[in-house]
Design a protein around this ligand. Structure first.
Ligand SMILES: C[S@@+](CC[C@H](N)C(=O)[O-])C[C@H]1O[C@@H](n2cnc3c(N)ncnc32)[C@H](O)[C@@H]1O
Length: 180
């Protein structure tokens, strides 16, 4: 179902990246819930339109640093113009159940956005297109994430509650909080 929606609305999430099955595996059982969903990277609004249809009860927010994203044709999504690597853009947006980073795909941006948005993520954080920027790109961001979580795990007190698990599939990395 999600694959058809991605193709219908014109995002390349299925046609190029084949992410639909992974998204459905992560979220199909929650698609009717009143989720708060944030996607970094709006462009023409294609993926926001797919989310609007797939998650009929969700509140959807898109962030894009390009002011042209305000022209995206969406129905109920809110579009925020700003750089998602900057706290000022995200500070007043609250917490989200699902966060998707489909922004610049540059490791330095992916790590900055992750640092700001993972603490605001209640269920799952999805980082798309890891490695799209070149061969070393994949190694760099995965190495950074590995170090980030090693430090987080080291800092846990006992009992250790804020656990998450990680899925790496194709060019997508997802972090899901075990407590949800
Ligand atoms: C791949 S497109 C998004 C595609 C859209 N998610 C879809 O599937 O239809 C990436 C978008 O991310 C935006 N972007 C890049 N870096 C960003 C940043 N640091 N903060 C916010 N938006 C950013 C770009 O302006 C561009 O519109």
């Amino acid at each position: 179902m999600l694959a058809e929606l991605f193709n219908k609305h014109g995002t390349d999430k299925e046609s190029v990246h084949h992410y639909a099955a992974i998204y459905e595996w992560l979220l199909a059982d929650r698609r009717m819930e009143p989720l708060r969903i944030l996607e970094v990277g709006v462009a023409s609004g294609a993926s926001l339109r797919a989310w609007e249809e797939y998650f009929p009860n969700a509140e959807i927010v898109g962030v894009d640093k390009n002011p042209k994203a305000k022209l995206a044709v969406v129905s109920r999504s809110k579009i925020v113009i700003g750089d998602a690597t900057q706290l000022a853009t995200l500070r007043d947006l609250g917490l989200f159940d699902v966060v998707i980073d489909d922004g610049s795909h540059l490791p330095r941006d992916q790590s900055a956005v992750f640092s700001l948005l993972w603490p605001r993520t209640r269920i799952v954080y999805i980082l798309e297109d890891v490695g799209v920027g070149g061969g070393r790109n994949r190694f760099n961001i995965l190495g950074w994430l590995n170090e980030r979580f090693r430090r987080e795990i080291d800092s846990w007190r006992t009992p250790a509650p804020p656990m998450c698990w990680t899925i790496i599939a194709k060019e997508l990395v997802a972090f899901r909080r075990i407590t949800q």
